[in-house]
Design a protein around this ligand. Structure first.
Ligand code: C2E
Ligand code: MG
Ligand code: MG
Ligand code: MG
Length: 285
């Protein structure tokens, strides 16, 4: 292969690579200080049950404001994962989320809080224990917690990871498969995964434009998940047409800008109000 690669076979150190390295190192250094500096916060986005006509869950989404500049999770989460800082950030998001949502959660035991969990966190031997202790300390039931993981977590899942997830689920914690449909595994593999619910990725939801399309893939995903006893959430709902389409196909939970953008803990009431008026608008259609 080296022969056929020809003249340009060696890789030069390009100036861009230096810039990238410096940027990443700088990000990592900044991220290290983000928690002590109080730069990490959490926004919450509601999930709506069309059947119940109300908000039943909030998803916690990490936010980083670095010197007043908002850095996107798509930028800092991968850096946090590579540097190991994700454990600390994940723990901060979970404890903040439980603390800020405890009043709302305690009003009704059927309400829940979802947090995103990276594979790196699941590798920690005390992850499950910590999650249960966080819940206990906040007075929120373990059954009110949902952990969102992506398929990739299961690729190289070792015995310990599977055992931790099993012990969490035994305690009532639910597991959601996030970004469902974007990974590599077949729908058939879903059967083997230790999850309770799937979140259909927004790329599939965005395929619904007029509501008159035949989108067999979406219906198949929902039917398959239901036949396995899983509940289904559609993420990235931006229009009433999409909300109607997925409700008609028996989707259990809907989430997206149509109902509410993610909002800081101090504005939960506003997120709830927005979602309620969107639910009302669907009824009036
Ligand atoms: P995700 O968990 O799949 O979250 C959904 C993302 O879609 C969020 O982006 C949310 O703000 C955005 N979104 C919600 N509704 C809509 C909509 O109607 N249209 C569109 N276009 N987007 C919508 P965000 O907050 O930038 O987060 C991106 C990703 O970063 C998350 O994807 C998740 O994978 C990761 N992430 C965020 N917070 C955490 C965290 O605390 N821990 C870990 N491990 N990952 C996190
Ligand atoms: Mg998520
Ligand atoms: Mg998702
Ligand atoms: Mg996503």
């Amino acid at each position: 292969a080296a022969k056929t690669a020809g003249k340009n076979r060696y890789c030069r150190f390009h100036p861009d690579m230096m810039t990238e390295l410096v940027q990443r190192t700088d990000m990592e250094a900044g991220l290290q200080l983000a928690i002590p500096l109080g730069e990490i916060s959490v926004d919450y986005q509601p999930l709506v049950s069309p059947r119940m006509g109300q908000v039943v869950q909030f998803e916690a989404l990490a936010r980083w404001d670095r010197d007043g500049e908002r850095i996107q999770p798509s930028v800092f989460i991968p850096i946090a994962e590579r540097s190991g800082l994700i454990s600390e950030i994940g723990a901060a998001v979970m404890t903040l989320g439980l603390a800020q949502l405890a009043p709302w959660l305690n009003e009704d035991p059927s309400r829940s809080l979802a947090v995103n969990v990276s594979g790196v966190q699941l590798q920690e031997p005390d992850f499950a224990g910590n999650v249960l202790r966080f819940a206990e300390a906040s007075g929120v039931g373990a059954y009110q917690l949902v952990l969102e993981v992506t398929e990739s977590v299961f690729f190289d899942a070792d015995h310990s990871l599977i055992k931790q997830l099993a012990s969490l689920r035994e305690a009532g914690v639910r597991v959601a498969l996030d970004d469902f449909g974007t990974g590599y595994s077949s729908l058939g593999r879903l059967q083997e995964l230790p999850v309770d619910t799937v979140k259909i990725d927004k790329t599939f939801v965005s395929m619904v434009r007029t509501g008159t399309e035949r989108l067999p893939i979406l219906s198949s995903m929902i039917n398959m998940a239901h036949s396995l006893g899983l509940t289904v959430t559609a993420e990235g709902i931006e229009t009433a047409v999409q909300a109607d389409f997925l409700t008609a196909r028996d989707c259990d939970f809907l989430q997206g800008y149509f109902f509410s953008h993610p909002e800081p803990g101090a504005r939960l009431k506003r997120a709830l109000k927005r979602a309620d008026s969107a639910i009302q608008a669907l009824k009036d259609r």
